[in-house]
Design a protein around this ligand. Structure first.
Ligand SMILES: *Cc1c(COP(=O)(O)O)cnc(C)c1O
Length: 355
């Protein structure tokens, strides 16, 4: 007897984030701000009162209400997930049947293609333009010609840090029969959200996460925002107790102090600006070797001559970033981290650093 793995599993690789100890971690787009003492206290209080022997609230109603209040929307339009990653999977499970077309883009967040393949969709990966943008008219024709069920992308984009204007996204939503899944993981750092408009469309789901601006990557918490009909579908398909009581309680503590989230966003934005300024100086010094692509999120995307060698050099210096071909994606860190990174990059570019 022999148990064979099924075909769809054969080409999959387990997700392997960069591991190891680095002095300066600018690789995962996390927040560099740890929770305040006040927040840690309020979490401890909630932990002490938790009913550990009972299942969590399946719909995380208190949490969704607080999240909704923070963004000025209705709680009934929000579904909580075990990270927005889980919600991508729930969306594929809900709306895709075998062979259905899914449109995603390259470069973009790699998990879209991954989850669409697990449900045996027919996934079309559209390459972005030379300037790494999406041509909305092209997407509209491709979606309508192929009868795509889902179009999914991040705005601003991970990894390019390029944002798309609201009007462009609206034009896409209005001109296709596909479900548009708009991943706004980094929208707290940009200003073109459609989170207030989900009720205006029958085909829009917005994803948000607590892993970036909110600074809570450890607790795995994300949200889907959509009209009532789509929200009902998501709530049917998700597993009943997908967000555990500990995460719900911590999430409630976080969103009970909205000013602290707003302050963190201001701080991260100014760190990103400092990082951009430092990289701009390098761009001026080494115009043939380094080019800033965009900085609309909490990270900067740069094209680097010899990106792989620079990546290896930085790693040796104890600084970790992400390398995508000829590009480096650098997360904004603490000021001294941004400055040290820039100093190491300069050393490498001026020939002082051997990889
Ligand atoms: C980081 C990231 C996520 C993951 O969010 P989790 O809530 O941590 O699962 C989703 N989308 C994009 C584009 C991201 O960069």
């Amino acid at each position: 007897m022999a148990f064979e793995l099924n075909e769809k599993l054969l080409n999959l690789q387990p997700y392997e984030p960069i591991s190891g100890e680095y002095r300066i971690r600018l690789d995962a787009n996390e927040s560099f701000i740890p929770p305040s003492e006040e927040l840690v206290q309020s979490i401890a209080q909630r932990m002490a009162g938790l009913k550990y022997n009972r299942y969590p609230d399946p719909y995380a109603a208190e949490l969704c209400g607080l999240f909704a209040k923070f963004y000025g929307i209705k709680g009934e339009l929000v579904t909580a997930g075990n990270g927005s990653d889980e919600l991508i999977s729930v969306i594929m499970n809900a709306f895709i049947q075998k062979g259905d077309r899914v449109i995603c883009f390259s470069p973009d967040f790699s998990m879209y293609e991954f989850y669409s393949e697990i449900v045996e969709s027919n996934c079309i990966v559209l390459p972005k333009n030379g300037n790494l943008t999406i041509d909305i008219d092209e997407v509209i024709s491709e979606a309508n010609a192929s009868g795509a069920r889902i179009i999914i992308f991040s705005n601003p984009c991970n990894p390019t840090s390029i944002g798309i204007k609201r009007d462009e996204v609206r034009r896409l939503i209005k001109n296709v029969n596909s479900l548009v899944v708009l991943d706004e993981a980094y929208m707290d750092f940009y200003d073109q959200s459609l989170i207030n408009e989900v009720e205006s469309y029958d085909n829009l789901i917005i994803l948000r996460t607590c892993s970036k601006a909110v600074g809570m990557a450890a607790i795995r918490l994300g949200f889907a925002i959509a009209n009532k009909r789509l929200t009902a579908a998501l709530k049917c398909v998700k597993t009943p107790y997908n967000v555990n009581s500990v995460t719900q309680a911590i999430g409630c503590a976080v969103f009970s102090n909205p000013d602290s989230i707003r302050r963190a966003i201001v701080r991260i934005n100014s760190s990103r600006d400092l990082l951009s300024e430092e990289l701009k100086k390098l761009e001026k010094l080494f115009p043939e070797k380094l080019k800033i692509i965009a900085n609309s999120a909490n990270f900067v995307y740069t094209q680097v001559y010899g990106a792989k060698d620079m990546f290896a050099y930085l790693m040796k210096e104890g600084i970790i970033v992400r390398c995508f071909g000829d590009y480096l994606r650098i997360t904004a860190g603490r000021n001294y981290e941004n400055l040290e990174l820039a100093a190491s990059m300069e050393k490498f570019l001026s020939g002082g650093g051997k990889s």
